[in-house]
Design a protein around this ligand. Sequence first.
Ligand code: NAD
Length: 499
Amino acid sequence: MTRTISHFINGQAVSGTSGNFAPVFEPNSGQIQAQVPLADTDEVANAVAAAEAAFPAWSAMNPQRRARVMFRFKALLEENIDELAQLLSSEHGKVVADSRGDIQRGLEVIEFACGIPHLQKGEYTLGAGPGIDVYSMRQPLGVCVGITPFNFPAMIPMWMFGVAIACGNTFVLKPSEKDPSVPFRLAELFLEAGAPAGVLNVIHGDKQAVDALLSHPVVKGVSFVGSSDIAQYVSITGAQNGKRVQAMAGAKNHGIIMPDADMDQVVQDFLGAAFGSAGERCMALPVAVPVGEDTANEFISRIVPKIKALRIGVSTDPNVDYGPVVSAAHKAKVESYIDMCEKEGGKVLVDGRGFSLPGHEDGFFVGPSLFDHVKPGMQSYDEEIFGPVLQIVRADSLDEAAALASNHQYGNGVALFTRSGLAAREFVAKVQVGMVGINVPIPVPVSYHTFGGWKRSAFADTNQHGPEGVRFWTKIKTVTQRWPDGAVSDQSFIIPTME
Ligand code: NAD
């Protein structure tokens, strides 16, 4: 019988009652391995009610005690990382070592959140006026929500609830219905770490659950990560309903290769960044922009044999480079973009279509593809493919290459490969992209900095984690105070100033 996944509400596993379910696949075999309940409005309301009930005590707890829960949670993640990584790979399809990285990046946000007593401290000015002191404090918003994509089922939930809960909020997580088991386990471990019931709840679902969260009057803050059209919808709908919203979205990141770059390293970097996790990363590098014909020809001659030698296999095999994509529908979508790119005039150098893994013929595997002579205006370039497909767009100068990244609808990440500090410095200043790597192919900022793109890669306000995360999950209150000293000042009808 098919295993049925539960919601996690008020510290307990709760069976779905809507009668609606979605299949959870095992991407290596293509078989259904479980079903996940899709919550209706009433079930969402139960999760929000649990978070609302937990808020007064949790938000009143001193920040050091909240931090201690985070320390214990971090230790439990470390103890359970092998089990979590296996579970993650079995639903997502990324290789186990990469799943460990997914969990580790989330764990690093929990490490950051352990510093919340310091991070959430306010500011104080003694003597801002005669006998007047001014201070500010950062208070939690209340019940907050995270809506997350399939491609990082551990890291992205922890970007959100790690910081939000440390700040004193309580939380309802609506993870991707495609790989829901790790988010559920995270909530179990968080309870085990000492978080009171109701502080972290997990509700599974689709658009109906998302809409119920966006319109629920008790919800104060919403963080979303996913595709751009839905991110835009969430940001508009959430804002219309008076929520604070941040919504990170799709990407098409460019890697610009200058003639002076270390080509051996560049080739290695593109192999990992374009094809790792089957290209299902918002910080993947699916566009290579060699500057000059010689650079392009050298890059192609070096990378083609290495792409042909990539090892594609089941996600649990430690010897493979990447595993299957997440679903049959996604495999079909990626292959349709490969067809499209060819029809649009892209020159196929390596063709990943029709790949089949012996013994796993129904698995969702896609071979690696490489295209040359791709140009702006081609739909397959303008849109996100989110698969193991690398497109080469040739440029004559760094300015032309940088303009490609700056003018693209997405602005998540960009990388420049060069030995010139001067060229890099000018590029960093001008490029219209939110996260920049210099000789770093996947410039995902560390947890104590902040993550977020520009243009159609992010909607609404402020980034994930780091100091920006603390600002997003708190509201500032500023107090101006004077204590009676016996003197009575004149009544004044003029706005007080510092003159
Ligand atoms: P998705 O947009 O399909 O799903 C994201 C979330 O939205 C899921 O929880 C899903 O259940 C929910 N959802 C789906 N349809 C909805 C609808 N009609 N209304 C409301 N909610 C809905 O994204 P995905 O396929 O799970 O993830 C891949 C996408 O996420 C890619 O575009 C990728 O670039 C992006 N992504 C962006 C970042 C970033 O930080 N910029 C990080 C990771 C992934």
